[in-house]
Design a protein around this ligand. Sequence first.
Ligand code: DAH
Length: 356
Amino acid sequence: MNDLREKYIELIGAAADEAALEDLRVQAVGKKGEISLQMRSLGKMSPEERQIMGPKLNALKDEINSALAAKKAALADAALNERLQSEWLDVTLPGRTRRQGSIHPVSQVWEECTAIFADMGFSVAEGPQIEKDWYNFDALNIPGHHPARAEMDTFYMNRAEGDDRPPHVLRTHTSPVQIRSMEAQGAPLRIICPGRVYRADYDQTHTPMFHQVEGLAIDKNISMANLKWVLEEFFSAYFGTTVKTRFRASHFPFTEPSAEVDIQCQWKDGSVVVGEGDDWLEVLGSGMVHPKVLAAGGIDPDEWQGFAFGMGIDRIAMLKYGIPDLRAFFDSDLRWLRHYGFASLDVPTIRGGLSR
Ligand code: DAH
């Protein structure tokens, strides 16, 4: 037994790795290992002999097992130490910059609008893109027979056969969010709603999906003068220069009176410069919210009044960043995106002067 102990303690001490150690374990205390075979021979001994040899063999087996465990731990420690010494990381090295993605001009301008209107106390509201025909039309004082429905080239969703409720639509403008916000928040109210809208139209200045930002302010003493101030404030911040506006009488079912708003501009070498000269460019529709629209949103028109406006985000993006064709916005052409895109950390803020 002493020979066995000496042999295995020495071999275990010399084992070079875990695999060698495992071989030794099998050889000594495995099912057919040397020590296991000895233990099996206990059965053939006399009871007296067994009483002496049994505990000794058990002690030997325990000793070998703990020697194996200790060596195993030592080997693992040594392996870890070797890794720690050979592999290392300089955490003071600068990061690798790979400017692969960029922010789409629409996203950038969306954020710019949000930043400017938020600064004037407007919060952002949202609504669904698949809209009930009531929110998109009726509640906005556009009843079933109204020509505005036909003019808008609406996309209609399918209804199951036999279901004759009016079909849902892909919202044709962000104006339905006016009604949803009135219902949800009541008056007074000051919101903008940037979002995607849809119309069946396609040419250099029209795509079937495009973006609008809606504005709505409701209070007791709101007038067209407030509307004009807010819009001039917006355009001046957005274009980074004082921009005059011109209001032209117009008609929208959801406002009374209604105005189309032009901004001051000048044509230079075939491109347009905003904020100078004496040309005008139409950029949005607006007006005082129609009493029927207030009532549809659950607000008492005898107590409250407000202004609303709706503007194309893609259009003002084209104007500010000199992008000639709207369709390119949605082509996902990498060269276009690299050229017109913004760095992801160039987050527009008022104090940062927005984006240039
Ligand atoms: N919804 C209109 C459109 O898509 C734009 C608009 C005009 C919105 C006048 C308004 C408004 O809120 O007052 O053409």
